[in-house]
Ligand binder design. Structure first.
Ligand code: 4AD
Ligand code: MG
Length: 481
């Protein structure tokens, strides 16, 4: 007999059928009621064991974490909270779980403890829900771009250039650490390395992505990226997944429209397809926030917050307007910010971004037209900017509770302007010659952005630490599993 998923059993339209369910025991009450979960849904199916006719030996082995298979009749449940239950006729223990030793006991565990047990935390309600939502969101990413006619591009993970300057890179080498080949002046001789040159793990697929956009029109990447920054925060990972669309003939306004439409689409898709999981996560968040002071609690319950993002346009604000708002803000005047904003040109810290989004505008914000010297070399210089106050067609999208979720720009399509910028920043033209070919041959306006996938999952699940929305987080000092 083939087993049926718990989700399908709970959604069944007929009762009194013989069914087989397989899963892991969450709890076993009164020597009679098994709450069985198989990961197909946050909901358990109650399996009622005929304890009088079941061997004592078997009953003892029905412990939290054990894998079991039950065969029985699907009937309407008399108990509260579930529509159906299984009246068990035959029960088989597939895999025992020593109740004394199984770390995921049916009680509240701290998120820190669960992180140390990342291989088992997925057996809890919260992490099961998070990982299902993450999976649905990644499907929605592909669905959106595929429906819009974008081509999915797999940009390389090992790269030869640190052109982006987006962050510290992890070196990739096959050279031995002892007896490292050296050049005459004592430097490591990468000519003898696997690729015959210095290589790194990619921080972004953008530059390669641009070359594809200049042929295929609309492309997107969705893959892992790596940054060796020592930022031990609740928003940074050393290995994270990024989605980078790049579109030929799009300018910055088109880029903003695309980002907003895309984000709203994937959030709506999650709302439509992860109802039970999101409802559970909303409850979890409310519970967690009970112990926090009022000021630190979310303004809205999770589902309301997600719907709010769907129903309201993102507020578009120029960097210059933002600086004016920040300069006049109470925390700036009262010197509550760690970095006081005095003048135009200051780089915004996350405290400023969060003030704008959470206190001032109270909605997602797109900041654009940043000072040229705090942004990457490839961003398009604005026409008609004052000397000394040059700005670029950059945009960052800021989300409540998250801060920066998207970074992007219109690209500098003019060969001469780009070369001048690279010279000023001492970026190796030779190394990036392939990238410059996009500007040498058939250059055109184009734009794109990068969305940090885990920051999106954070927002949608209402979790607060990025380590809790990726299966096995990599952060400074941690690469377990
Ligand atoms: O702003 P970033 O550095 O932009 C780029 O890499 C561009 N090449 C993107 C593009 O235009 N195609 O990174 C983009 C996004 C950030 O907004 C943030 O959401 C996420 O990637 N991100 C991180 N997420 C987790 N951990 C980190 N260490 C992250 N660094 C960036
Ligand atoms: Mg950025």
């Amino acid at each position: 007999m083939k087993h049926t998923k718990v989700k399908d059993l709970l959604n069944s339209t007929t009762t009194l059928q013989e069914v087989n369910a397989k899963g892991w025991v969450r709890t076993f009450r009164n020597n009679q009621f098994i709450a069985l979960n198989d990961g197909s849904t946050i909901n358990n199916i109650q399996c009622v064991v005929d304890f009088e006719n079941t061997a004592e030996e078997t009953l003892k082995r029905i412990t939290t974490g054990a894998a079991v298979s039950v065969i029985g009749t699907l009937v309407e449940s008399k108990g509260a909270g579930q529509k159906y239950e299984i009246q068990v006729q035959k029960l088989e223990i597939l895999g025992d779980s020593d109740a004394e030793k199984f770390p995921m006991q049916p009680k509240k565990h701290s998120l820190e403890f669960l992180r140390e047990n990342a291989h088992l935390r997925v057996r809890t309600n919260a992490f099961g829900a998070i990982m299902r939502v993450r999976s649905v969101l990644s499907f929605a990413v592909h669905k959106y771009f595929q429906e819009e006619g974008f081509v999915y591009v797999n940009t390389p993970i090992i790269t030869g250039s640190d052109a982006e300057g987006a962050g510290e890179m992890f070196k990739v080498t096959a050279l031995p650490f002892d007896n490292t080949p050296r050049t005459e002046d004592g430097k490591v001789n990468y000519k003898e390395d696997f690729f015959g040159k210095e290589t790194n793990l990619t921080v972004s697929g953008q530059l390669e992505g641009e070359t594809f956009a200049m042929a295929l029109g609309q492309i997107y990447t969705f893959g892992p990226t790596f940054r060796a920054e020592n930022s031990n925060t609740s928003r940074h990972l050393a290995e994270f997944w990024m989605i980078e669309p790049e579109v030929a003939f799009n300018d910055l306004d088109d880029n903003m429209d695309l980002a907003e439409d895309f984000i709203q689409y994937v959030i709506k898709y999650a709302l439509d397809n992860c109802g039970d999981d999101l409802k559970f996560l909303e409850g979890r968040l409310l519970e967690e926030e009970k112990s926090k002071p009022q000021a630190d609690r979310s303004e809205m319950p999770l589902l309301e917050k997600l719907n709010f993002v769907l129903e309201n346009n993102f507020k578009r604000v120029s960097y210059t307007e933002a600086i004016d708002i920040l300069r006049e803000s109470t925390p700036n005047k009262k010197k509550k910010f760690n970095y006081i904003i005095n003048e135009w040109g200051a780089d915004l810290q996350s405290e400023h971004e969060r003030f704008l989004v959470e206190k001032h505008f109270k909605c997602p914000v797109i900041l654009y037209d940043y000072p040229a010297n705090i942004k990457a070399f490839y961003m398009r210089l604005n026409d008609n900017t004052e000397p000394g106050r040059e700005t670029v067609r950059a945009m960052d999208i800021l989300f409540p509770g998250i801060g920066e979720i998207v970074g992007g720009s219109e690209r500098e399509e003019r060969y001469d302007v780009l070369i001048e910028k690279m010279k000023a920043l001492e970026i190796d033209e030779e190394e990036l010659s392939w990238y410059l070919d996009t500007r040498r041959f058939g250059s055109a306006t184009h734009a794109g952005f990068g969305l940090g996938f885990e920051r999106l999952v954070l927002f949608v699940t209402g979790m607060t630490n990025i380590r809790d929305v990726i299966p096995f987080p990599r952060t400074p000092g941690n690469a377990e599993f």
